[in-house]
Ligand binder design. Structure first.
Ligand code: GDP
Length: 310
C-alpha cells in the first residue's frame, strides 16, 4: 500500500472557511463513507477540546484523489499556538491559504502565512466565499500579493497559484468568471503544486513527535511524519529524549489517516503522516528511531506555554 502522497497544511484567519472547505473536499473525494468503522480514539480528543472550549490540537484529515493520498493538516490560527503552527508546518510540503473574498487577509492570515513563508513553503491561495463577494475577488489576490511582499516572500513564493471558489457552494475555479460545480480544480492544484514528500524509506527510521493525543485505551498517542525509514506495527523502536536519553519500546499500534478517522495500518514509509502508540514517555520534538541506529532529528523549539494534557 504505497500510494503517492501529498502533505498539505491548511491555514486561514478564523471564519474564512477552513472547516467548511475540508468537509467539502471529504465529501467530493467520496473515498471514505460515513458508516466506516471508527477504530479508535477520535472522540477522545474531541471530548478534550470540548472540555477546554477551544480547538487546541491540529487535526489530520486524509482524502484520496485519483489514486493519491492527500493528508490535510489543520493549523491553529491563533498566535498563542505559534510553536504548534511551526511544528505542523514541519510535517508538510505545501500549504493552502484560504482568504475570504470580502475581508481579504486578516491578522491570523498574516501570522500563519509568515510562518509558512519562513518554512520555505509555497502556498496555494484559495479566495473563498465568492458566492457572496461584494467586490471583485481579484482584489483579494492583490492584497495577498502585497502581504507576501511585505513578509519578504521570495520570487517563487510570490508567483503563487491561486483559485477562486466557495467551500459552501462546493466549487473551485481558476477565474471568477469560469463555470465550475466541483472542487476538481482545487484537487488538481494540490496534486500539481504541492511537491511529493522526500525521505528515504530504506534509511534507519526517524519520526519526529509533532502532536500528542491521548486515549484511555491506547494511552499517549504520538502524531508525526515519518521522515526516513519505514515504521511497522509491533516493531521495536527507540525514543531519543530531548536530553539525549534513549528509551527502547515497542510500537503497539500504528495508524494512518482516512477521512476524519484513524485506521490501523501495518507499515508506513518515509513521507507518511501517522499516529502511533507505545510511547508513554514521548514529548513534542523528540524522535522515534531505529533501536540499532538511534539518530535524533534536530529539535523543534516549543515556544508557547506548555499544553500538557493532564
Ligand atoms: P473556519 O473558522 O475557518 O473553520 O470557518 P468555517 O468553515 O466554520 O466557516 C465560517 C462561516 O462562514 C460559517 O458560517 C460558514 O457557513 C461560512 N462559510 C464558509 N464557507 C463559505 C462560502 O464559501 N460562502 C459563504 N457564503 N459562507 C461560507
Amino acid at each position: 500500500m504505497s500510494l503517492p502522497i501529498r502533505n498539505v497544511a491548511i491555514i486561514a484567519h478564523v471564519d474564512h472557511g477552513k472547516t467548511t472547505l475540508v468537509d467539502e473536499l471529504l465529501k467530493q473525494s467520496g473515498t471514505f463513507r460515513e458508516n466506516e468503522e471508527v477504530p479508535d480514539c477520535v472522540m477522545d480528543s474531541n471530548d478534550l477540546e470540548r472540555e477546554r472550549g477551544i480547538t487546541i490540537l491540529s487535526k489530520n484529515t486524509a482524502v484520496r484523489h485519483h489514486g493519491t493520498l492527500i493528508n490535510i493538516v489543520d493549523t491553529p490560527g491563533h498566535a498563542d499556538f505559534g510553536g504548534e503552527v511551526e511544528r505542523v508546518l514541519g510535517m508538510v510540503d505545501g500549504c493552502l491559504l484560504i482568504v475570504d473574498a470580502n475581508e481579504g487577509p486578516m491578522p491570523q492570515t498574516r501570522f500563519v502565512l509568515k510562518k509558512a513563508l519562513e518554512k520555505g513553503l509555497r502556498p496555494i491561495i484559495f479566495v473563498n466565499k465568492i458566492d457572496r463577494a461584494r467586490q471583485d475577488p481579484n482584489i483579494a489576490v492583490d492584497k495577498v500579493l502585497d502581504l507576501f511582499i511585505e513578509l519578504g516572500a521570495d520570487d517563487d513564493q510570490c508567483d503563487f497559484p491561486y483559485l477562486f471558489g466557495s467551500g459552501l457552494g462546493g466549487y473551485a475555479k481558476e477565474t471568477p468568471e469560469d463555470e465550475s460545480d466541483n472542487m476538481e480544480p482545487l484537487f488538481s492544484a494540490i496534486l500539481r503544486h504541492v511537491p511529493p514528500p522526500v525521505g528515504d524509506p530504506e534509511k534507519p527510521l526517524q519520526l519526529q513527535v509533532t502532536t500528542l493525543d491521548y486515549s484511555d485505551y491506547l494511552g499517549r498517542i504520538v502524531i508525526g511524519r515519518v521522515h526516513n525509514g519505514t515504521i511497522r506495527a509491533g516493531q521495536q523502536a527507540a525514543l531519543v529524549k530531548d536530553d539525549g536519553k534513549i528509551v527502547k519500546t515497542k510500537i503497539t499500534k500504528l495508524m494512518g489517516f482516512e477521512g476524519l478517522k484513524r485506521v490501523e495500518i501495518e507499515e508506513a514509509a518515509a513521507g507518511n503522516l501517522i499516529a502511533v502508540s507505545g510511547f508513554g514517555d514521548a514529548n513534542i520534538g523528540e524522535t522515534i528511531t531505529d533501536p540499532n541506529d538511534p539518530q535524533a532529528l534536530p529539535l523543534i523549539k516549543v515556544d508557547e506555554p506548555t499544553l500538557q494534557m493532564t
